[in-house]
Design a protein around this ligand. Structure first.
Ligand SMILES: [Zn+2]
Ligand SMILES: [Zn+2]
Length: 382
């Protein structure tokens, strides 16, 4: 302690410093945590009064409470249990901090920037009963002391669920807002979408209201037509909620949104990066150009276990299959086919034969067209 007192005398002879800045210079040397208390103590021993303004931080440290109140106020609207505070300081403060530390050879001393974030983190945590998390905080504050601004950024929330669609005429995806192309603007209320009349729109609207989120980015496991139904256990999807205000909502097993239902929606840690393989049971309504002769449809049974190849540079070339097929004749120019097949096979083309092999049209030697297809079951491999 004596050497510290001597060194402090030297420093204070040249510069007026606040308690925080004095304390910071020696805290690590003395293994003390509270810079302010240490500064006060040293000042008492050397009998020096507090300066009006700190040469180093220009009273940033003694006045941190102003910024603390600002972020406390901002954080009120958000639900979080962990946080992180970042700071942008005036370069002149950082320069003076460097100069004093090197001039008096105060090695191992914390810089003022880490002191600002440490001090604010300590007080903010105490006031909100939350804790600092450097790796994966629920919420990040950036305090820009240069511009006198505070910015708040909650971590995106990722959810997983399935949906069913019990009425025709609802598209799966929502068009982006045509003014901002999805970025978010005043017209779309910063949601980035054109409306709420699709599956995506219904799900997004529910999530915006429930979680106070700004945007909902959905990853679909497979796609469907506007006229398709999605029945049974539903289609899986992942959704990333941008800027959520709430994080701990208890969700019911089934959420009814008109003809759309969301099933087993729950928070998960992240959207999986690997591609998800899935199989579907799908019922196709098919009409033919020419009349079907008796027994003609029997030939379609050969589709079972035949590799499907698409005339495109798709990575799964020849690797996808039809596992089961059940044909039912409706009349001489139409039938239904219940297929169990790998997800991702273009269903309408499997019927028509456009750039795909095999196809129902080729096998039947009759031009076939799929009018609607409905999903009855979707099973993922995980
Ligand atoms: Zn200071
Ligand atoms: Zn917009």
């Amino acid at each position: 302690m004596d050497s510290v007192i001597d060194e402090t005398r030297q420093i204070l002879r040249e510069y007026h410093l606040c308690d925080y800045c004095i304390g910071r210079m020696f805290a690590s040397k003395l293994h003390l945590v509270s810079h302010k208390n240490l500064g006060e103590k040293i000042r008492k021993i050397i009998k020096q009064s507090k300066p009006k303004s700190c040469y180093l931080c220009k009273n940033l440290m003694p006045e941190l409470g102003i910024f603390l109140n600002k972020i406390l106020d901002m954080s009120k609207e958000y639900e979080f249990s962990t946080f992180l505070i970042g700071a942008i300081l005036q370069p002149s403060i950082l320069d003076r901090d460097d100069i004093i530390r090197s001039k008096f050879k105060l090695r191992g001393t914390a810089g003022i920037k880490s002191d600002v974030t440490r001090e604010m983190g300590k007080q903010f945590g105490k006031r909100t009963r939350t804790r600092v998390d450097y790796q994966n905080p629920d919420i990040v504050f950036t305090i820009d002391f240069k511009k006198d601004q505070c910015d708040i950024k909650p971590k995106a929330l990722v959810l997983q669920g399935r949906y069913t669609k019990e009425a025709r005429g609802i598209p799966q995806k929502q068009e982006s807002c045509n003014r901002c192309e999805g970025k978010g603007c005043f017209v779309c209320d910063f949601h980035g979408i054109s409306g709420y009349n699709s599956v995506e729109g219904h799900i997004a609207k529910f999530l915006f209201e429930k979680f106070g989120a700004q945007q909902a980015k959905i990853t679909w496991i497979g796609s469907e037509d506007e006229s398709s139904l999605v029945l049974g256990n539903g289609r899986p999807f992942f959704v990333k909620l941008v800027n959520p205000h709430k994080r701990k909502i208890v969700l019911p097993k089934k959420i009814r949104l008109g003809s759309i239902s969301i099933l087993n929606l729950r928070v998960i840690s992240k959207v999986p990066t690997e591609q998800i393989k899935f199989k579907t049971d799908v019922l196709l309504d098919i009409s033919t150009e020419k009349h079907l002769v008796p027994e003609a449809l029997k030939v379609l049974e050969s589709l079972k276990d035949m590799p499907v190849s698409v005339n495109e540079n798709l990575p799964w070339k020849n690797q996808k299959r039809v596992y089961a097929i059940k044909i039912k004749k409706i009349d001489t120019k139409s039938f239904t086919a219940l297929l169990t097949l790998d997800g991702g096979i273009p269903l309408k083309r499997l019927v028509s034969g456009t750039n795909i092999e095999p196809s129902m049209s080729i096998l039947l030697e009759n031009v076939c067209r799929c009018t609607t297809f409905d999903f009855h079951k979707i099973v993922t491999s995980d």
